[in-house]
Unconditional design. Sequence first.
Length: 371
Amino acid sequence: MHRGVESLLEIRNIRKSFGVTPVLHEVSFEANRGEIVCLLGPSGCGKTTLLRIVAGLEQADAGQVLFAGRDLNETPVHRRGFGLMFQDFALFPHRNVYDNVAFGLRMAQQSKVAIRDRVAEMLELVGLTGYEARRVHELSGGQQQRVALARSLAPQPALLLLDEPLGSLDRTLREDLMAELRRILKHAPRGPAAPAGMTSIYVTHDQQEAFAIADRVVVMNAGRIEQVGPPLTVYRRPANPFVARFLGMHNLLPGHVTVVAPELWVTTALGALRCGSPPARVAPGDSVVLLAPPDAASLAPPSAGEAQNLVQGQLLAVSFRGSQVKVTLGGAAGAPLVFELPGSMADDLPQPGQPLRLALDPDRLSLLPAE
């Protein structure tokens, strides 16, 4: 728990198996009040099962789910006061937008005036004011997603659980809605006695989605937590080779530490490379994996000579991506290395098949545990 921040949801040592197949292994994490925590990982890693256990739709074999300090083990789904939003939205197709958003409020037997005011507030929040009378089938996928979100938020749930809510949308629409979804969750009214912002657990397999929406990311793999941290920290300092690969970083070089102070040096197939700050408890002779993120390289000027951290190989492929140009470098590392250079450098690159020299930024290189 962050110092001075109230932990609202606590997951403690959750274990779950289906038959003889273990799905979750001693999973623990926390969500602070008003925080968006994203469960990120490949399909089948246990994200949705964990979300369903929090919701009360599945029972853990062992461990605790605590909300505001209260153990929810014996609390049924309808008494937890949580909101749920799934990939298929589950809207009522025979009802209009107003009736969809008002559904939970009517179930709670709120007055017509309270329902009218809350529906108007929610539709304004999601940018659909004036759509009250529209039928669900008349809406685009993005608009349906906003209606589903408004319906989930309308009853002022104590916690909002979202399982791949953008998963059924095409890539362009998903990217358009990522920042908007974060804004909505961060500005969702929680009543006069509570701060703005909806405490949310968000499940996705898409790292861009997780980074755009979350305050903290919980990276999962095979039913275990690999790393927890703010998106920038997880991206800049992945905890191990699995996290690095899952985030699309494949420039992983086995090596061993040769010098720690005053500078950190690691010997790899590319030669001796200088790195930034060493991780704790690293010593000369340690076997490590050196990570060179895609943005760690720049074109080496002709005057570089034999400067530090120069790597050379055959340019295997060039792919122009607008603001970036992706280069694939073959050479002593064995597997090709892939880097992303600024798109403005595209004209300065040699033709595929020609040698290419790159300079690696020591502060962008990091050490991971040996596999």
